[in-house]
Design a protein around this ligand. Structure first.
Ligand code: DX5
Ligand code: ZN
Length: 221
């Protein structure tokens, strides 16, 4: 599978979200990463459900890659208008009834992914590989942009890739957190398919978004 980008909207120019979205949509990027937080599972709030929903009216090519860092994520699905074409990541650590949440995402025509925080072992995913389309390995503690990569993250990515391959299922491996210019190539070598590009790479002062996206695509292809 080719390496794909999922630029993180919380790292974009928040006063110009529409033009940032339109630019990315024109650049042949596969996903737009939308971080939703409840200020409980993680101590922060970024994009709310109305922004996650409103993106639908702008996007022509990119799929929404909605990363829900919240307890009981199902309560937000209606307000986000989750449906066909969406990727929805829910945290393993945040769901009492993970099977029910996955089934709900599937029933809406969207692709269920499970995200795991740095302290969660990738082996927990094995029971779910036949039910999900992808998993997200967090390589920083979730909740904020610009955090440093947690030690052992490359090994964890490699191990997750190995577990997926052993399962024989076609599960996408996404990496989220400090996916920097320096680290992204190695993350690709560790087996990641989708790269959340945030403040560590394409959204940096002085960089032109089109040039940054092209450079990142080349590094993870
Ligand atoms: C972190 C978020 C990420 C974040 C990644 O909790 O899930 O999407 O924006 O961006 P950087 O590159 O700042 O780690
Ligand atoms: Zn995220």
């Amino acid at each position: 599978m080719k390496g794909m980008l999922s630029p993180s909207l919380m790292c974009a120019d928040v006063l110009n979200l529409q033009s940032e979205l339109e630019t990315l949509d024109r650049l042949d990027v596969d996903y737009i990463h939308l971080d939703f937080m409840d200020n409980k599972f993680v101590p922060n709030i970024t994009l709310d459900t109305s922004i996650v929903k409103a993106c639908k009216t702008v996007l022509k090519h990119m799929r929404r890659d909605i990363h829900i860092m919240a307890y009981e994520p199902q309560q937000y699905f209606d307000r986000m208008e989750i449906g066909e074409g969406d990727v929805v990541s829910v945290h393993y650590e945040a769901c009492d009834d993970l099977d029910g949440v996955i089934a709900d995402i599937r029933a809406r025509g969207a692709s269920p992914y499970i995200a795991i925080s740095p302290d969660t072992k990738p082996e927990v995913l094995c029971d779910y590989f036949d039910k999900i389309d992808g998993c997200v390995v967090m390589t920083v503690y979730p909740g904020f942009a610009g955090r440093p990569m947690v030690a052992g993250s490359f090994e964890k990515l490699k191990r997750t890739r190995q577990l997926i391959d052993e399962s024989g299922r076609n599960v996408i491996l996404e990496v989220d957190g400090n996916v920097s210019w320096d680290y992204c190539k190695k993350m690709r070598e560790c087996g990641a398919d989708v790269f959340v590009a945030g403040s560590s790479s394409i959204f940096q002062k002085g960089l032109k978004l089109d040039e940054a996206v092209a450079r990142m695509k080349e590094l993870v292809k």
